[in-house]
Design a binder for this molecule. Structure first.
Ligand SMILES: Cc1cc2nc3c(=O)[nH]c(=O)nc-3n(C[C@H](O)[C@H](O)[C@H](O)COP(=O)(O)OP(=O)(O)OC[C@H]3O[C@@H](n4cnc5c(N)ncnc54)[C@H](O)[C@@H]3O)c2cc1C
Length: 422
């Protein structure tokens, strides 16, 4: 693994050879989650493909020239030519190896795969998800000396890790940087003595057999499984959204707002997340235009008061995006005025989308516990689901209030219930 800068790009990348190049940033949780996967793959494929890293903030011009506008972004080169699709954001190990396999011969792929040995490990409890809910369950189970593993495709922390400031988690006089709160919680849980398998691919989950396969090769068997996989941001499914994801359209202000210093930014949404994130983006951007489908914002009054006091933000009410496209460096959002049906174009340098969330159940296999009409998992007061020995905690639970405090409460309840049963 080698780190390069823009002046070495020509010599190291354009002068031939097979290369995968990682544009990373600091204070970027998905970049940190990618690092161990990138290292592991460089050990496997390193004698055939060169693995390079480049610091995006320090090499902005080159990043812009190559169309990189989100971190992390992986680019692939063969003989000086860019090949295959770029990938960015929360990158899976399997997405990278799929591309690496296309860069070498089938015989070389086979030789690499033959070096990977399958592993089976047994635990009392497997926790899926290392957000505040999963970390708290892990803390209690570790302290109760129950053999537990916590599995997460990202680094631990969940949404806490990408929240700029948390001002309502008890115990701190001043607002806390979410990233640091995630770090403290995760270190505390590690010290309690459970195993962490993080930044892995969750290949499959079988809630009936209680088996989880990670990185395609390691099978984890558990007596009980706690589901704390949280939620994912909703997408708009407007033409252009998929195409420009990571290339002008972002879902994480903490990760990407810093690239919009003195720029014009469009924010889609009008709830708490949208307003709070728009306020954060104004620390960098020159102007923020919020686009909201209703006549009034749906955020709480404190957030709305802050927004009104901030003269960098304006709101287009009763508008909804219909299409996204890029013209030269600018992102153009075509919006429909829901009252007049008129279409207008809004030009900006980047778009951030905050329009609610959906439960992360799609990765939980074919047999799922009972869910509510919105797809959230139903539990009893001990956080037991309708499937035997399967628990659900945190934002994925069918409930009214989704906060860090309610997530840690769920983690506590499930872990204490299990501690009495095992
Ligand atoms: C922008 C924003 C700001 C917020 N601000 C605040 C605030 O100031 N105060 C507050 O109290 N709350 C806040 N919240 C809400 C709070 O962050 C959530 O309620 C809380 O994080 C939920 O915790 P969780 O552990 O249930 O889920 P999450 O935090 O969503 O964590 C879920 C974890 O599961 C992992 N995962 C996903 N799929 C899988 C899989 N297949 N297998 C294993 N793991 C998986 C994810 O990588 C993630 O680490 C905010 C939320 C957002 C989005």
């Amino acid at each position: 693994m080698q780190e390069i800068n823009a002046s070495e790009f020509e010599k190291e990348v354009l002068k031939g050879g097979k290369i995968v190049l990682d544009f990373y940033s600091t204070e970027c949780p998905p970049c940190e989650a990618l690092a161990p996967k990138f290292n592991a793959l460089s050990e496997l494929y390193g004698d055939k493909i060169k693995f390079l890293k480049i610091f995006r903030q320090g090499n902005r011009e080159l990043a812009t020239e190559l169309g990189v506008s989100s971190s992390p972004t992986l680019l692939f080169f063969d003989n000086g030519n860019q090949i295959l699709d770029t990938i960015s954001g929360g990158i899976k190990k399997s997405e990278i190896s799929e591309r690496l396999d296309k860069m070498i011969t089938p015989e070389e792929v086979q030789e690499i795969k033959s070096r990977i040995r399958p592993v089976v490990s047994d635990y009392d409890v497997a926790i899926l998800g290392g957000g505040p809910a999963g970390l708290t369950a892990g803390l209690y189970l570790g302290q109760a000396k129950i053999k537990t593993v916590l599995i997460d495709p990202a680094l631990p922390g969940g949404y806490m890790g990408i929240t700029h400031q948390v001002s309502n988690y008890p115990g701190f006089e001043q607002p806390q940087n979410g990233y640091m709160l995630a770090h403290y919680m995760s270190e505390q849980t590690k010290h309690a003595g459970i195993d962490f398998k993080v930044a892995v691919d969750v290949t499959s989950v079988d809630l009936v057999k209680k088996e989880i396969v990670i990185d395609q090769t390691e099978t984890i068997r558990a007596k009980k499984i706690i589901i704390g996989t949280g939620t994912s941001p909703n997408t708009m499914n407007a033409p252009g959204e998929k195409e420009y994801k990571g290339k002008g359209i972002s879902y994480c202000a903490t990760c990407d707002a810093k690239y919009y210093v003195d720029k014009d930014v469009t924010v889609i949404g009008g709830g708490n997340s949208a307003v709070e994130e728009a306020l954060f983006i104004t620390k960098f951007a020159r102007k923020v235009t919020m686009v909201h489908q209703f006549d009034a914002l749906t955020a709480n009054q404190t957030a709305i008061d802050h927004l009104i006091a901030n003269d960098k933000i304006s709101v287009m009410y009763s508008h909804e995006p219909r299409k996204f496209e890029k013209r030269e460096d600018k992102m153009i959002a075509t919006l429909e005025n829901l009252k007049t049906k008129e279409l207008v174009e809004l030009e900006g340098d980047g778009v951030f989308v905050f329009i609610g969330f959906k439960a992360n159940t799609s990765v939980l296999g074919d047999v799922l516990p009972e869910q509510d009409q919105w797809g959230y998992i139903k539990t009893d007061e001990d956080r037991k689901t309708s499937l035997p020995d399967i628990y659900a905690i945190g934002d994925i639970v069918s409930k009214k209030y989704r906060q860090i405090t309610t997530a840690v409460a769920d983690g506590t309840i499930a872990a204490m219930t299990i501690s009495k049963e095992i």
